[in-house]
Write a protein that binds this ligand. Structure first.
Ligand code: PGA
Length: 251
């Protein structure tokens, strides 16, 4: 069984003041730590400060993106080595907001994942269909194409996490039915097992993301092959994120 993972994605939210939320989270978490790994991915400007604050805690930190080159002339970008240097252990790659806002393709995500893994980061690769793709009954084809195109060959059960995030469920308050989540998670598990073998395929944590809240977390974590969540809005406040971590620990 993969280790359960509760991951927070702060997106473009948070300044120094928001670190008080991390202190609250760290103070409250020792209870859940044994069963659940907890990861927070703040904006790059907060990564080093947040990581320093969490030195004596089991909460890990991660970046929200990195470049596929190791270094060089890429104004505004952040490299995998910079994330590691700032204390990160993970990086989110291929989030739909990156794919939409910055035109990232599957092959970009794959290159980034290669570089990040080579640098020693764990990669959280995001996949998910749009509403139009779901309405056209293309969900599983889209997911398969994203997995095949975005996940590099060199992954192990240790350095890969997959997040299934239906684009239409992100930040909208809309959540798929539990049957829909289960169908996609089972499909992703089977696809990883086919490609990487049962051992690796079974040990990759599969996160659901998209409008996860304290009120729906328990139901979502009861779905087969859901090993955790990638949480946006509800990860910004410890009071919202903690009950989600606790629901995962109890699942
Ligand atoms: P949300 O975002 O929880 O605010 O819907 C999830 C995500 O984009 O990772």
């Amino acid at each position: 069984m993969p280790r359960k993972l509760a991951a927070g994605n702060w997106k473009m939210n948070g300044t120094g003041e928001s670190l008080a939320e991390i202190d609250r989270l760290a103070a409250a978490l020792p209870k859940a730590e044994a069963e659940v790994a907890v990861l927070i991915c703040p904006p790059a400007t907060l990564l080093e400060r947040m990581s320093a604050r969490l030195t004596h805690s089991a909460i890990a930190t991660g970046g929200q993106d990195c470049h596929f080159d190791e270094s060089g002339a890429h104004t505004g970008d952040v490299s995998a080595a910079m994330l590691l240097d700032a204390g990160a252990t993970h990086v989110i790659l291929g989030h739909s907001e990156r794919r939409n806002d910055h035109g990232e393709t599957n092959s970009d995500v794959r290159s980034k994942a290669r570089t990040a893994i080579a640098a020693g980061l764990h990669v959280v690769i995001c996949v998910g269909e749009t509403e139009a793709e779901r309405d056209a009954a293309n969900t599983l084809d889209i997911i398969q194409g994203q997995l095949a195109g975005s996940v590099p060959d060199l992954v192990t059960g240790e350095n890969l996490v997959i997040a299934y995030e239906p684009v239409w469920a992100i930040g909208t308050g809309k959540v798929p039915s539990m049957a829909q989540i289960g169908e996609v998670h089972d499909f992703i598990r089977a696809s990883l097992e086919r490609r990487f073998g049962a051992g690796v395929g079974r040990s990759v944590p599969l996160l659901y993301g998209g409008s996860v809240k304290p009120a729906n977390a328990q139901e979502i974590f009861a779905v087969h092959n859901v090993d955790g969540a990638l949480v946006g809005g509800a990860s910004l406040k410890a009071a919202d994120f903690l009950p989600i971590v606790e629901a995962l620990a109890a699942a």
